[in-house]
Design a protein around this ligand. Structure first.
Ligand SMILES: Nc1ncnc2c1ncn2[C@@H]1O[C@H](COP(=O)(O)OP(=O)(O)O)[C@@H](O)[C@H]1O
Ligand SMILES: [Ca+2]
Length: 457
């Protein structure tokens, strides 16, 4: 009679129970481990103190993915009511007060527990550059006033300063290429054009030799080297160019005794506005007018003629002199433009002020690109006018914050062989297989070789 191994059955049951429990535990761990975690975000605030107005941008990014490209998004934007901070040169304390509404909004938008670690930066651009040139004390007081106002908030205040034109151009380029995810792909980068009210910037990767060091800037981002050409033309933003062009027309009529009537081809024929001399001559971008003329007014009448408008605008670019092998205008070195371009443009909610100036602005943009930067019809096809990329505004602010928080590493971070979820699943399947083979091996090798010969006496 064949006799069963006395503890064969309980052993099999025990092993099966252990395997079953093991599988259940592993599945539970894998499910819990891979379930989507509640995403924690970090925040950063940048104030763009432009010549015409200030905007407050709030950025957010997943807390654990700081160095991954394309992770930072614009969460909220608030337009400060009133004009730019440089307009408060006579009443500096009002510059700080003007930021209150938007900063209160920022306090509500960012969760309380993150306030103390949220950096706040204020960067002022061409309006403040001009004020600093004209009246350094006044620009210092305006900056102190905004500093005091920002320090009253629970955020981590990181400074308020006038950024250079070079920084404005370079950070605009970083923003556009970061949001387009161009840094870690083989697609190459796009150049950045930004037309402000008081200055305009052009930035692109250039293969050629850059003859003027002040126009050259190098970055190493995610393991790649970028050799950039950048230039910011102070006074060539559209509001200042309008003043320049009006000044040229007024100067030619100054010896007239009667009321001055400027017939302007860049404005539509129904446009007729009385303007003060002060509104044109209040800027260091235009030649000063004789003090006795300051109180004067002139009547600004539109005639609506595109060709004549372009002729008038061309006069603001000086191309008669160049110290380098080639120049854009005003003796500024520029290599030939290369690659695709994105031009930051403000559109929607067209206010009447903008509408009246659209013909002038449009003609200025075309003339600046063609006559100033040397764009041809081929480059036009490669140029996009953008306001947002993936819901984030394409200005310099994001690039500025990414740089100051070191969120774009110089070297590409090492990426794991496979995603975390895949890794856990693979380890689970492999350990399960090893476990099963071990048990099988144990069962086969421990089984008595000839159980039929054994008898119980
Ligand atoms: N919705 C709009 N349509 C047209 N132009 C606009 C609109 N919003 C703002 N602008 C213009 O865009 C320019 C923005 O310049 P800004 O950033 O204030 O100056 P800067 O960058 O030179 O310091 C200004 O000329 C302003 O009038
Ligand atoms: Ca701007």
């Amino acid at each position: 009679m064949k006799v069963k191994n006395p503890w064969h059955r309980p052993l099999i049951i025990f092993i099966a129970a252990v395997i079953g429990a093991g599988i259940i535990i592993m599945v539970v761990i894998a499910v819990v481990q891979n379930k989507p975690l509640y995403q924690k975000y970090k925040y950063g605030i940048v104030l763009d103190a432009g010549s015409s107005h200030t905007s407050v941008y709030i950025y957010e990014w997943p807390a654990e993915k700081e160095n991954n490209t394309g992770m930072v998004n614009q969460k909220h934007a608030c337009n400060v009511k009133g004009k730019g901070i440089s307009s408060y040169s006579g009443t500096p304390q009002k510059a700080g007060e003007s930021l209150k509404e938007c900063m209160d909004e920022a306090k509500k938008t960012i969760p309380n527990y993150r306030h103390h670690e949220t950096p706040v930066y204020l960067g002022a651009t061409a309006g403040m550059r001009l004020l600093e040139m004209e009246n350094k004390i006044a620009s210092g007081e305006v900056l102190k006033s905004v500093e005091k106002s920002l320090q009253a908030y629970p955020f981590s205040y990181q400074g308020a300063r006038i950024i250079s034109g070079q920084e404005e151009g370079a950070f605009g380029w970083i923003t556009v290429n970061y949001l387009s995810e161009n840094f870690r792909t083989a697609s190459g980068t796009v150049g950045a054009l930004d037309l402000g009210g008081a200055s305009t910037q052009i930035t692109f990767v250039s293969e050629g030799i850059l003859e003027s060091p002040e126009n050259s800037i190098d970055f190493r981002l995610y393991g790649n080297d970028y050799h950039l050409y950048t230039h910011s033309f102070l006074c060539y933003g559209k509001d200042q160019v309008l003043k320049l062009s009006l000044e040229k027309q007024i100067q030619s009529k100054l010896n007239m005794t009667d009321n001055i009537i400027l017939e302007d081809p860049c404005f539509h024929p129904d446009y007729n506005v009385i303007k003060s001399f002060q509104s044109v001559f209040d800027s260091p971008c235009v030649k000063k007018v004789d003090q006795s003329q300051k109180e004067n007014t002139f009547s600004h009448k539109g005639t609506g003629n595109w060709n004549k408008c372009q002729e008038a605008i061309k006069k603001v670019f000086n191309t008669s002199y160049c110290r380098f092998s080639r120049c854009s205008f005003n003796d500024v070195f520029q290599p030939p433009v290369e690659g695709q371009f994105g031009l930051k443009q403000n559109h929607p909610e067209v206010k009447e002020k903008y509408l009246a100036e659209y013909c002038f602005s449009g003609t200025y943009i075309i003339t600046l690109l063609e006559e100033g930067y040397g764009f041809t019809s081929k480059d036009w096809k490669n140029t996009k006018f953008i306001k947002n990329i993936r819901d984030s505004e394409a200005g310099w602010t994001l690039g500025y914050m990414l740089n100051l928080t070191n969120m774009i590493p110089a070297e590409a971070p090492d990426t794991p062989l496979m995603p975390y979820g895949g890794y856990v699943s693979l380890m689970l399947v492999l350990s399960l297989l090893i476990f099963v083979f071990l048990i099988l091996g144990f069962i086969f090798f421990r089984r008595p070789s000839c159980p039929a010969h054994k008898e119980i006496i």
